[in-house]
Design a protein around this ligand. Structure first.
Ligand code: ZN
Length: 182
């Protein structure tokens, strides 16, 4: 597969690739929503709310969980989408050799060094996840656990530094709703 495609076909290819890879996965909300809703939500945050049309962050957004949560490898992404998009996905992929609490700390520690495209994906991921915590919370999470998630997301986003003023504003507005978690 060539990766010299125009932006829109490349983006559609990324959506189709992610949909295929995540086809058996579900989100943790009460209705077990299809997993692909989440990567699509990130692209929507970037393109619609952020006004971003650069295919690099948009493709990386829809692909951001393929290496972490499916059998997809970095080599697969390079093959299909080229080294630049693959590199951004790898930047936002957690190291599975770390324990869960170490992975969470690593996201904070690595945030300042991320590339601009990876910072956009990370910010959109946290916006999408806070929205899900408010609108479609994971089943079995009590208010305390959801509050702790908000605390951690705030630390990751603070560590990113300036990324995109409008999207940072969206994030702040969601943080301001944390009282709704109880
Ligand atoms: Zn995500």
């Amino acid at each position: 597969m060539s990766h010299s495609l125009d932006a829109l076909p490349l983006f559609i290819q990324a959506v189709a690739f992610a949909a295929e890879k995540h086809r058996h996965q579900r989100r943790k909300d009460a209705h077990a929503s299809p997993y692909i809703n989440h990567p699509i939500a990130l692209a929507q945050v970037l393109a619609v709310e952020g006004g971003i049309s650069d295919p690099l962050p948009l493709c990386a957004a829809v692909l951001h969980d393929t290496v972490e949560d499916t059998e997809t490898t970095e080599a697969d992404l390079i093959d299909h989408f080229g080294p630049a998009i693959a590199a951004v996905v790898m930047e936002v992929t957690d190291d599975k050799d770390l324990l869960k609490h170490q992975r969470k700390q690593a996201q904070i520690d690595h945030a300042p060094q991320l590339s601009p495209a990876a910072k956009l994906v990370k910010l959109a991921d946290k916006i999408s996840n806070l929205r899900d915590q408010l609108e479609h919370p994971p089943e079995g999470w009590d208010a305390e656990r959801r509050q702790a998630y908000f605390d951690w997301a705030a630390r990751v986003v603070a560590a990113l530094g300036p990324v995109h003023p409008q999207l940072e504003q969206r994030f702040a507005a969601l943080m301001a709703r944390r009282g709704e978690l109880g």
